[in-house]
Structures are given as structure tokens and as C-alpha cells.
Write a protein that binds this ligand. Structure first.
Ligand SMILES: CCCCCCCC/C=C\CCCCCCCCCCCCCCCC(=O)SCCNC(=O)CCNC(=O)[C@H](O)C(C)(C)COP(=O)(O)OP(=O)(O)OC[C@H]1O[C@@H](n2cnc3c(N)ncnc32)[C@H](O)[C@@H]1OP(=O)(O)O
Ligand SMILES: Cc1cc2nc3c(=O)[nH]c(=O)nc-3n(C[C@H](O)[C@H](O)[C@H](O)COP(=O)(O)OP(=O)(O)OC[C@H]3O[C@@H](n4cnc5c(N)ncnc54)[C@H](O)[C@@H]3O)c2cc1C
Length: 627
């Protein structure tokens, strides 16, 4: 049945223009064109093969990633790809690598925290990958509590240098991606000490390895921290450990946009807020939100296609059994995730806009929207990554037993994705930041400072106006409730930005209607899930709750004929999906059968170890055998 589209009947059912939806998903016709072109380029190049990852040893896996990174870079240079195209290439190559931290954190840290002079010196080297950087903030003893970092950077006015030192075991840098085996340089975060006085944590550019033979420089101890969760998955990344033993760097390698140290040993603070030292994290959190919709949509695409292929029970007069996607219970688990994938796509787009806006304002010395940008990036990073990690796992279960096979693509997707709930800020710690921002806002209600943007609604909530005096008390005691409030606030942002998206003109037959259905599912599913809270606070009546439930059922029926087309709109190649269950043509069973025989364990009919362990067992010789 090779070449037959087993999902054609599903595609024929769709009631909207899929090509127009592809443009909406991509963001613009141009973005669609770039994405489509680069995804096909990657899929058709055997140099980017990825189907063997789960069977490679860590060393083979890592070397293969080094090869791919070098090959990707050569492709980028040879084809003169633009920055946008290179980023898409990275996306479709679909393998975490040291390059992510180099491009995603090292370069942005220099751009955001370096002076003009520092940028001029370091960025050209970094752009050409003549140096490879990582972001070394977290330590063995401290990750969330950045102010608690122990690494020191002590200014020595005699030599005009900083001495970077790891005074304790717990001050060892621990986790930075790319650090373990590749990075030549790091932005290392350390407590700045000048003339015996401490001035908080700051970033420093430190060379780690020789540019000639890659050996660690004097005073540097560096290595990989070991295997991580899952086969393949994030093990393509060399997360590292690093210790400094009185490593000397020139004074001008302190990133000096936020604060400066002069050669005389004078500490000066710029008039930009100190929080800009945390700016790289704001940037990356925003990219992580955009990425959540990609990971979730990928899992949803696999689960939706497979649910249309898979049949169980319900055969009438010897006819075919029921497609599992037709079961209401399957729909009630799958379609809210489909709606979430679209919702996260649009919130990612909006957050990108918000980040660009705050960046522009910062350049003009307007810092007024920084707290809101921090709260939005932190909160939405937390919300979308938690929902995506849970959603991928739900998609695995939606695929029954076959979802547990590596060839479904879902175990690796989960393993590679789930650390997003921890890195770039533990999700609970980030929600506490949102809660702090909300409580601060509530305490200022009624003052001349009017809440704007995502918190403008607060003035309309009468209950908040009444409780504004007491909010600064008992934060720790009430933190569990406050975290729930922070999630609710973030969900409100997601829903309202989805609604705003629908207020725009959206071309294409039936496209807007489909998005309206998805938006309603997203909102009503939340209402249904949290109906206890809505009922107990008197926001809705039991009648409303029942109506919402009825409406959800009706919306699921409206999505059903369009489900396959809605996941086709993601425009993912089979290479990118990396899943037999999610393949475009739905020809699942022959592919699963064939893949099983390709497993290394099936290379011989009688397994290695038969003569040593199985035969003696069967022959009852086990007690005399040497194990
Ligand atoms: C093989 C294939 C190869 C292909 C190659 C092709 C080539 C490629 C070419 C192009 C490719 C492009 C690819 C790009 C890919 C990019 C992908 C990027 C992926 C990255 C992966 C991520 C890896 C993970 C990295 C990390 O994890 S780094 C470490 C992150 N650490 C944290 O997040 C720590 C969390 N803790 C904190 O953020 C804070 O310290 C805290 C919890 C907020 C601190 O709280 P505390 O109460 O102590 O606050 P204070 O420090 O006292 O601060 C007080 C006030 O400041 C406010 N605040 C806090 N944070 C911020 C902030 N960030 N911004 C603004 N304001 C902030 C806080 O609210 C307080 O305010 P106040 O008003 O209440 O006083
Ligand atoms: C795959 C991966 C890649 C990473 N890459 C990098 C990198 O490139 N560079 C880098 O510098 N770091 C990196 N990190 C480190 C990462 O940023 C930290 O692990 C993360 O910020 C969480 O900090 P932690 O490990 O200290 O967690 P902890 O803070 O120790 O969290 C442990 C538990 O304590 C809870 N907790 C902590 N503080 C509070 C609080 N105030 N109130 C209530 N609960 C609290 C948390 O919710 C969590 O449940 C990476 C981590 C991973 C997993």
C-alpha cells in the first residue's frame, strides 16, 4: 500500500482552506515560504538523518551532533542562508546542541549587557563561530537563587584584571549547555568584589579552552556532568561542570552596560536598572514560549493522525471498527491540546512583539514596561512549558501501546522537552515572580499609578480594590494560592490574545471559523477544568457550568471533520515529526512492522548471550554456570 494516502478520506472532509491556515500558522506568506523550503532541504539531506539517535551510545551520539553542527554550519555558509533561514535550519535539524547556547544565550548576553566597544570586539568573532560561547550562571549549590551564586570576581588594580574563583565545591558551575566539551568561552556570572566591597552578580567573558588545541586554560577545570533523562533526547548536549582556580581576565571582559569598574578600582552603576543583568533570561524565556507551540503541535499532529488510523471496537456486521478519534473521550483529551497548540502559537507571536517593544523602549531609556515584560515572559514560559510537557505525555497515552515505542517519536519528544519546565527558571519559581508582580500591582490600586497592558483589568475587579491594603502580608504563607492566581492571570492573557487575533482580518475560506472554534474550546475547557474555582467564587452558576460543558461537546463535533486538516496546517515533514504513528500518509502498520525488524536486537535470530545465559537456564545448568 506504499504511496496510498490512508488519510485521504479525512482530508476530503475538511471544511476550510488548509493552505491559508498554513500561512496563519507560519505567521506570514514569507515565513511560510522560508519554513517550507528549509524543512524540505533538511528532510532530503541524509546528513541530517536522525532516526538512529535512540540506539547510539552517548559518545557516538555526541560525536554525531558535532558532525551535524559542523555540517549545518557549512550548509549555512555555502548556501548563504539568512539569519531567519539559519534559525529554521536549526529548528528542523531538531537536535539540541552547543550551538543553541552560543546563538541563543552567549551572543544575546553580549548584545544585551556588553558596551558598544565590547560588542564590537566580541560579536564578529562569535558570529563567525571563531569562538564558541556558553552561558555559565547556574552552580551546583544555586540555580534559582541567582543572588546566591558563590563564584567571585575580585578586581586586582595592580594588574587591571579580575580574578575569577570558585571558592567552594557548591560554587562549581553546573549545567551550562555547551560547556562540557565544546565552548571556548563562557559568560560566567560571579559576585563582583571591588576594593573589598561586594556589588552583586555580574557577567564576565572568560576564555576556557585554547583556540589552538582545545585544552583547558590554566586554572580551569571543565567537563561534562553526565547522562541525562532518556535515550538520545537532551544527551546530544554537553551540559558541563566548571571550576575556576584564581583565573585572571582583563578588566574589560566584565560586561559593563549595567555597571562599570574603572582601572582605579571605582565601581559605577549606570542609570539602567540592575535587573538588566537578567536580560538574557527574559529574551530566552520569550523564545521558549514560541517553541512550546512547536513541540505541542508536533505531539498533537502525531496523536491526531494516529487516532484517525487506529480502530477499536464497534464493528457492525463485519464492517470496520470505530476510528478511535470518533470516541468522545478521545476527543475530550485530544482537541483541547489541539486548541492549546494554536493558542500557544498566537501567544508566542504576541510575546515576541512585547519583547521587541520593551527592547526598543530600553534603548530609549524607558524602563517602565520592564516589570510587565518580566512577569509576562516568566509566567507564560511557566504556563506553556508545563502544559506542553503534560500535553506530550497525554498524546503518548492517546496513542495507546504504540505511543510507548521510540518509533512513535513521543518518548524522545517528551524527554527532550520536559527540562523546559526547569531550565531558564523553575516553573514554580517563575510563577512566584508573577504573583509578586500581581500583588505589587494590587497594593498600588487606587493610587495615581494606573495599571496598564496585561494588568489593566485589575481596576475593574471590585474585589481586588477592597483587599489592596493587606496584600503584602503573608506572601510565603499564601504562596500556593498566589501561584494559582498567577496561572489564572497568565491564562487570561492567553485567552485574550487569542480573541484579539480573531479580531484581525484572517483570509481563507473557513479559516477564521475554525480558529473561533479552537479559541472557544481553549477557553471553555479551562472553565470546565476549573469550574470548582469559578463556582466557589460565584463567577458562574451551576447552570453556566452545565452550559459550558454542553457547548464543549458541540465544539468537539465541529472540530472532528477538520482535525486532520488542522494538524496538516502545521506543515511538518515526516522527517521533522520523526514518528511512524504520525506519518503523513497514515500507513502506520507496515511501517511499524518494518521498523521492528531493523532494530539492532533483531540482527541475529538467536541473541548474543544465548549460550551464556539462556541455554544453561533451559538445561538447568544455571547453578554450575559462571555468570
Ligand atoms: C546540531 C544542529 C546544529 C544546527 C546549528 C545551526 C547553526 C545555528 C544558527 C542559528 C541558530 C539560532 C538558534 C537559536 C536557538 C535558541 C534556543 C535557545 C534555547 C536555550 C535553551 C535553554 C537552556 C537553558 C539555559 C538556562 O537555564 S540559563 C539559567 C537560567 N536561570 C534562571 O532562570 C534562574 C531563575 N532565577 C531568576 O531568574 C531570578 O534570579 C529570580 C528568581 C527572578 C530572582 O528572584 P529574587 O526574588 O531573588 O529577585 P532579585 O534578584 O532580588 O530581583 C529583584 C527584582 O528584580 C525583578 N526581576 C527578577 N528577574 C528579572 C528579570 N529577568 N527581568 C526584570 N526584572 C527581574 C524581580 O521581580 C524583583 O522586582 P521587584 O520590583 O519586586 O523588586
Ligand atoms: C537541561 C538543562 C539545561 C540547562 N542549561 C543551563 C545553561 O545553559 N546555563 C545555566 O546557567 N543553567 C542551565 N541550567 C540550569 C537551570 O537554569 C536551573 O536548573 C534552573 O534555573 C532551576 O534551578 P535549580 O536547579 O537551582 O532548582 P531549585 O531552585 O533547586 O529547585 C528545586 C525545587 O525547589 C523549588 N523552589 C526553589 N526555590 C523556591 C522558592 N523560592 N519558593 C518555592 N519553591 C522553590 C522549585 O520549585 C523546585 O521544585 C540547565 C538546566 C537543565 C535541566
Amino acid at each position: 500500500m506504499e504511496g496510498v494516502d490512508h488519510l485521504a478520506h479525512e482530508r476530503n472532509k475538511s471544511e476550510f482552506d488548509v493552505d491559508a491556515m498554513k500561512i496563519v500558522w507560519a505567521g506570514s506568506p514569507h515565513a511560510f515560504d522560508v519554513s517550507d523550503r528549509i524543512s524540505k532541504l533538511v528532510a532530503s539531506d541524509p546528513g541530517f538523518r536522525k532516526d538512529n539517535r535512540s540506539t547510539l551510545s552517548r559518545k557516538e551520539l555526541f560525536k554525531n551532533t558535532l558532525r551535524k553542527a559542523a555540517y549545518a554550519w557549512k550548509t549555512i555558509v555555502d548556501l548563504r542562508l539568512s539569519e531567519e533561514e539559519a534559525a529554521k535550519l536549526r529548528f528542523y535539524v531538531d537536535e539540541p546542541a552547543f550551538t543553541d547556547l552560543h546563538w541563543g544565550m552567549f551572543i544575546p548576553a553580549i548584545k544585551g549587557q556588553g558596551t558598544e566597544e565590547q560588542q564590537q570586539k566580541w560579536l564578529p568573532l562569535a558570529y563567525k563561530m571563531q569562538i564558541i560561547g556558553c552561558y555559565a550562571q547556574t552552580e551546583l549549590g544555586h540555580g534559582s537563587n541567582v543572588q546566591g551564586l558563590e563564584t567571585t570576581a575580585t578586581f586586582d588594580p595592580q594588574t587591571d584584571e579580575f580574578i575569577i574563583h570558585s571558592p567552594t565545591l557548591t560554587s562549581s558551575k553546573w549545567w551550562p549547555g555547551g560547556l562540557g566539551k565544546v565552548a571556548t568561552h563562557a559568560i560566567a556570572y560571579a559576585r563582583l568584589i571591588v576594593g573589598g566591597r561586594e556589588h552583586g552578580v555580574n557577567g564576565f567573558i572568560v576564555q576556557l579552552r585554547s583556540l589552538e588545541d582545545h585544552s583547558p586554560l590554566l586554572g580551569i577545570t571543565v567537563g561534562d556532568i553526565g547522562m541525562k533523562f532518556g535515550n538520545g533526547a537532551y544527551n546530544t548536549m554537553d551540559n558541563g561542570v566548571l571550576r575556576f582556580d584564581h583565573v585572571r581576565i582583563p578588566r574589560n571582559q566584565m560586561l559593563m552596560r549595567v555597571s562599570q569598574v574603572t582601572c582605579e578600582g571605582k565601581y559605577k552603576q549606570s542609570d539602567v536598572p540592575r535587573q538588566l543583568v537578567y536580560g538574557t533570561m527574559v529574551y530566552v524565556r520569550q523564545t521558549i514560549v514560541a517553541d512550546a507551540s512547536c513541540a505541542l503541535s508536533r505531539a498533537v499532529c502525531i496523536a491526531t493522525r494516529y487516532s484517525a488510523v487506529r480502530r477499536q471496537f464497534g464493528s457492525q456486521n463485519g464492517g470496520p471498527e470505530t476510528q478511535v478519534i470518533d470516541y468522545k473521550t478521545q476527543q475530550s483529551r485530544l482537541f483541547p491540546l489541539l486548541a492549546s497548540a494554536y493558542a500557544f502559537r498566537f501567544i508566542g507571536e504576541w510575546l515576541k512583539w512585547l519583547y521587541a517593544d520593551v527592547t526598543q523602549r530600553l534603548q530609549a531609556n524607558d524602563f517602565s514596561t520592564l516589570p510587565e515584560a518580566h512577569a509576562c515572559t516568566a509566567g507564560l514560559k511557566s504556563l506553556t512549558t508545563t502544559a506542553t510537557a503534560d500535553g506530550i505525555e497525554e498524546c503518548r497515552k492517546l496513542c495507546g501501546g504504540h505511543g510507548y515505542l521510540c518509533s512513535s517519536g513521543l518518548p524522545e519528544l517528551f524527554a527532550v522537552y520536559v527540562p523546559a519546565c526547569t531550565y531558564e527558571g523553575d516553573n514554580t519559581v517563575l510563577l512566584l515572580q508573577v504573583a509578586r508582580f500581581l500583588m505589587k500591582t494590587v497594593s498600588q490600586l487606587g493610587s495615581s499609578k494606573k495599571p496598564v497592558g496585561t494588568i489593566a483589568y485589575m481596576t475593574r475587579v471590585e474585589h481586588l480594590m477592597q483587599c489592596r491594603c493587606g496584600v503584602q502580608r503573608g506572601f510565603a504563607e499564601l504562596s500556593v494560592d498566589l501561584v494559582e492566581a498567577a496561572v489564572a492571570h497568565c491564562q487570561l492573557i492567553v485567552v485574550s490574545k487569542f480573541i484579539e487575533k480573531l479580531q484581525q482580518e484572517i483570509p481563507g475560506k473557513g479559516v477564521k471559523q475554525q480558529l473561533e472554534v479552537l479559541c472557544n474550546i481553549y477557553a471553555l475547557f479551562l472553565l470546565h477544568k476549573h469550574q470548582g474555582d469559578f463556582l466557589s467564587t460565584g463567577c458562574i452558576t451551576p447552570k453556566h457550568a452545565a452550559l459550558a460543558n454542553d457547548e464543549l461537546r458541540s465544539l468537539y463535533s465541529q472540530v472532528r471533520p477538520n482535525a486532520i486538516a488542522l494538524v496538516d496546517a502545521f506543515n511538518y515533514t515526516d522527517h521533522y515529526l520523526g514518528s511512524i504513528l504520525g506519518c503523513y500518509d497514515g500507513n502506520v502498520y507496515p511501517k511499524l512492522y518494518e521498523a521492528a525488524w531493523k532494530d539492532p536486537l533483531n540482527e541475529s535470530v538467536v541473541p548474543d548471550g544465548y549460550h551464556q545465559y539462556i541455554r544453561p537456564l533451559l538445561k538447568q545448568e544455571i547453578r554450575t554456570a559462571r555468570l
